[in-house]
Design a protein around this ligand. Structure first.
Ligand code: ATP
Length: 467
């Protein structure tokens, strides 16, 4: 093969009960949706070679590149709080890992690439809609400065996928610092596989927490990463929607863009996911859920410690730091959003008063905060008293401009993009991607339709795991 990807597959060297070797299942007739040239270049991959017919076959799962060690990873997880003792990649294949020029090791994985031993009743496939959604959402999140998995490529399969209706199939190529989830640890602990657990912990520390040196320190650093990550989500009005422990990356990246959404009108109780009946993963619950997931991670790590009673005590103290770390990250993020580079604890009340006003007025989250950067605070839903207090605090509008994007990928625009793609028109996708990957300074002509909140008939109130 002329297409060269310099794989170095460390996960495939772990005990083989952590995965099943499995090649992607070929598809009928691959076609391009997108190749992420910029990401390819950042990873030191030859974008031109990837854009070839050979690249298309690789991204469709019809060819396995030299050096790949394709496998499906095993994991378990708590889904909506309920323990599921075995999940695993039911429609994903890790092709292998590469070391980037930045020294960071990354997975290259296909999603929607056919059945695996962990597919249960599923067909192992994805349809075009969720592939487009994950591509746009994850690339936008990256551009917004949020740690996230990335999209390297998306292709159609030329095959039909049966959901509630017949839909076109697609495969996403996802790049992640790893696909190690809290659930990857949980399954080994639940099975009493302490050797496997030790091997996974050593691998994870070497890969994601190289300066940790010990399991408690890894946990402490994981707590800090999650606190920062969730504060970033909150500051953008992002609702993940399915924060199960199998969707919680130990590396601290946002992973699984199934039912996620950026809020239009602000409300702390906002839920989009059609299956989140009780609002477990509502916007305002995300910090508590992250903490809950971290507690499951800590529980899974306990068998690694020589004195388990002591470990529970130590781990509890470590986990309890989350609240302060999160509050401080939240204050930094939201302080910046109102133009304060160095917010003080007293500024919290000012921010909260604004959020209360925004919630009462149903202000669009993105546009309401952006209005501050544009010195039009009245458009945020704030009253004259708040505006006077804010001005008296001396906000720096350039700080607010750097913290408040002009555009985020709004659900109704993603829906429009999917509808156009289904009709064979990818220009809407290309334009949307251009806009949301320059979220602070988008092309004004292209951005126009992305800035406007949905008109009544365009409103999308629910998301579906979609698969
Ligand atoms: N169509 C499908 N066929 C087989 N397995 C599936 C299918 N859809 C989902 N699954 C499996 O169901 C579980 C839960 O799905 P979930 O939507 O959280 O994951 P996902 O979106 O497929 O993958 P990821 O979390 O890697 O983004 C996972 O184990 C997933 O592999």
């Amino acid at each position: 093969m002329s297409l060269h990807i310099p794989f170095d597959n460390s996960y495939a060297r772990l005990p083989d009960r952590l995965f099943t070797r499995q090649a992607p299942v070929p598809v009928a007739s691959p076609g391009w949706i997108a190749l992420n040239d910029r990401l390819a270049r950042d990873l030191d991959l030859d974008a031109q070679a990837l854009r070839s017919d050979e690249g298309l076959r690789v991204f469709a799962g019809n060819a396995v590149p030299d050096g790949a060690a394709p496998l499906a990873q095993l994991y378990a997880g708590h889904q909506f709080g309920q323990w599921n003792p075995q999940l695993g990649d039911g429609r994903a294949i890790l092709l292998g890992e590469i070391l980037g020029p930045d020294g960071i090791r990354r997975d290259i994985a296909l999603k929607g690439s056919g059945r695996t031993p962990y597919s249960r009743m599923g067909d192992g496939r994805a349809w075009l809609g969720p592939v487009i959604r994950e591509y746009i959402m994850s690339e936008a999140m990256h551009a917004l400065g949020v740690p996230t998995t990335r999209a390297l490529a998306a292709v159609t399969t030329g095959e039909e996928v049966i959901r509630e209706t017949v839909l076109p199939g697609a495969v996403l190529t996802r790049v992640a610092q790893s696909h190690i989830r809290v659930g990857t640890f949980q399954i080994l602990t639940a099975r009493g596989d302490h050797d496997g657990l030790r091997a996974l912990a050593d691998h994870t520390m070497a890969r994601h927490y190289p300066d940790a040196g010990s399991v408690p320190e890894m946990l402490a650093q994981m707590v800090a990463r999650q606190a920062d990550l969730i504060a970033r989500w909150m500051s953008l009005g992002f609702i993940h929607g399915v924060m199960n422990t199998d969707n919680c990356s130990v590396a601290g990246e946002t992973i699984d863009y199934g039912p996620c959404a950026f809020m239009d009108g602000y409300h702390p109780g906002r839920v989009f996911s059609s299956i989140d009946a009780h609002g477990r993963y509502a916007y305002g619950n995300q910090p508590q859920v992250a903490l809950w997931n971290i507690a499951q991670f800590a529980t899974a790590l306990v068998p690694l410690m020589p004195n388990q009673d002591r470990a529970v005590e130590d781990f509890t103290a470590i986990i309890n730091r989350f609240a302060d770390l999160y509050q401080s990250a939240w204050l930094d993020r939201f302080g910046a959003k109102i133009g304060l580079a160095e917010p003080t604890p007293e500024d919290r009340a000012l921010i909260e008063a604004l959020l209360t006003a925004m919630s009462a007025a149903g202000t669009d989250f993105t546009n309401g905060f952006r209005a501050l950067a544009e010195d039009a605070p009245e458009r945020s839903g704030a009253d004259a008293d708040w505006i006077a207090r804010w001005r008296a605090r001396g906000p720096d509008l350039s700080v607010a401009a750097a913290a408040n994007p002009v555009v985020v990928p709004r659900l109704h625009r993603i829906e429009a993009t999917i509808t156009a793609a289904m009709a064979g028109d990818l220009s809407v996708f290309d334009d949307m991607l251009t806009v949301v990957t320059a979220p602070f300074e988008p092309d004004p002509a292209l951005a126009k339709i992305h800035v406007a909140p949905p008109a009544g008939h365009e409103k999308v109130d629910k998301t579906f795991c979609g698969t």
